[in-house]
Design a protein around this ligand. Structure first.
Ligand SMILES: Cc1cc2nc3c(=O)[nH]c(=O)nc-3n(C[C@H](O)[C@H](O)[C@H](O)COP(=O)(O)OP(=O)(O)OC[C@H]3O[C@@H](n4cnc5c(N)ncnc54)[C@H](O)[C@@H]3O)c2cc1C
Ligand code: SF4
Ligand code: SF4
Length: 387
């Protein structure tokens, strides 16, 4: 279930110890304060509870559904008593049920400066909110036909995409923001000639290649996860990679009716950086994760694909190929590559060109991208106002 019931919410609110030191806030990358919003919610002051979330986090509902448990929950004092408060779900439920008003711009007048933001993912949206509140006009250029960036690759079961739109509708201020969809920017430096500053929040749009013969017969995780219905199959699916994104690919293929799904992971299963919940879901969907296996070649096999994989060995420091261990698996309908992605080249020679989110830090989480977008906007404000 995505949201808590009334009873569940009340139980979670009552379990909070209202810790004076607020470890949950210190662990949150955007300094959202669960102690505060839980306290308000417990007293039935819903408007204050909503405001306590949204003034720090413009995408609080989306975060509530997908923030990993390594931040506020890991720091929750209740871990030492029994188990942590389910802070993300409490946050999502409060916003789902009680948010009615925008944070707004508090009457801040436009200051005449114009900023371009490239990329309407979490980092770009957060930057837009901070700049709009400070009186800047913002044009947001987005290659795709929707806001949300990589969040749109997250399966609906985990994150209904209408929630991304909802968060955006509370950020968007039509008197000072323009969203330009289907507007790919080739060279951010060119936009610097037109605007007082440019924030680049383009994520990591380039999928890493396997660099094996027959690679073109496989599908990238981006192509797959943006439009999984186009690749629906009742046959066998191979997923190359062992991170969260690979897990989302495997689960999506299983949910869409694949007869079997196998993952091929270069390292050991114990090295997979995925949560316990994700491990459990792989088991529930009977997905076989093959550790220490790397792909070597993909070939056509009639209507199917033949995937050649080899065994790796780990000597305590590095992984190497085990000689003569290659086997051919001739039965796949679909091979998905999900071994990561990288950002476009950066241009760090222009002071009014500032990078934010995954394109700056490498693959991260939604809440870290939001923090980075907010910081980039603050840096832009300081640069533009003092130049
Ligand atoms: C499958 C998947 C599952 C994930 N699951 C989770 C999760 O459960 N929890 C979590 O916290 N995080 C998760 N993440 C990570 C999270 O989505 C990212 O960290 C976050 O979206 C990064 O935000 P960003 O704004 O930096 O970049 P992005 O979200 O990648 O947004 C960048 C935007 O820029 C646009 N763009 C790129 N180049 C240009 C250009 N030249 N011109 C115009 N527009 C451009 C892109 O179209 C995109 O919309 C997941 C990611 C994926 C792929
Ligand atoms: S750490 Fe946990 S128990 Fe303490 S205030 Fe935060 S949410 Fe409540
Ligand atoms: S934004 Fe995410 S990390 Fe921060 S308090 Fe909320 S759920 Fe926790």
């Amino acid at each position: 279930m995505l949201y808590l019931t009334k009873l569940q919410l009340q139980a979670e609110l009552n379990r909070c110890l209202t810790c004076k030191t607020q470890p949950c806030m210190s662990a949150c990358p955007v300094s959202c304060n669960p102690q505060e919003f839980i306290r308000y919610a417990r007293e039935g002051e819903w408007e204050n509870a909503v405001h306590a979330i949204t003034r720090y986090n413009p995408m609080g509902q989306t975060c509530g559904l997908i923030c990993p448990d390594k931040f506020c929950m890991k720091a929750c004092t209740r871990c030492h008593v029994d188990f942590p408060i389910n802070i993300p779900r409490v946050q999502a439920t409060i916003l789902n049920e009680h948010r009615t008003q925008k944070e707004g711009t508090c009457g801040v007048a436009l200051n005449g400066f114009r900023i371009a933001i490239i990329g309407a993912g979490p980092a770009g949206m957060a930057a837009a909110m901070v700049l709009g509140k400070s009186g800047f006009c913002v044009d947001i250029y987005e290659s795709r036909d929707e806001v949300g960036g990589a969040l749109n690759m997250i399966p609906e079961e985990r994150l209904p995409h209408s929630v991304i739109e909802k968060d955006w509708s509370f950020i968007f201020e039509p008197d000072r923001m323009r969203l330009l969809l289907n507007s790919h920017v080739e060279d951010p430096a060119e936009l610097c000639k037109e605007y007082d500053g440019v924030i680049v929040a383009t994520g990591e749009p380039n999928c890493l290649a396997l660099r094996i013969p027959g690679e073109e017969l496989s599908v990238s995780y981006m192509d797959y996860l943006y439009h999984p219905e186009q690749y629906r199959t009742s046959g066998c699916v191979a997923v190359i990679g062992g991170g969260n994104v690979a897990v989302d690919c495997a689960l999506t293929a299983a949910r869409l009716g694949a007869r079997s799904v196998e993952m091929f992971i270069r390292r050991r299963l114990v090295d997979m950086r995925i949560s316990k919940k994700e491990h459990m879901e792989l088991l529930e969907h009977k997905i076989n994760a093959n550790g220490m296996m790397s792909p070597e070649k993909i070939e056509k096999n009639g209507d199917l694909l033949k995937l050649w994989v080899r065994r790796n060995v780990f000597d305590g420091e590095k992984w190497t190929a085990l000689p003569n261990s290659t086997i051919a698996l001739p039965y796949f309908d679909l091979v998905i590559r999900a071994i990561g992605s990288r950002a476009d080249e950066k241009n760090e020679s222009i002071p009014t060109l500032i990078y934010a989110g995954d394109c700056k830090t490498g693959g991260s989480t939604i809440v870290e991208a939001i923090a980075s977008g907010k910081n980039a906007a603050e840096a832009m404000i300081a640069t533009v106002l003092h130049q």
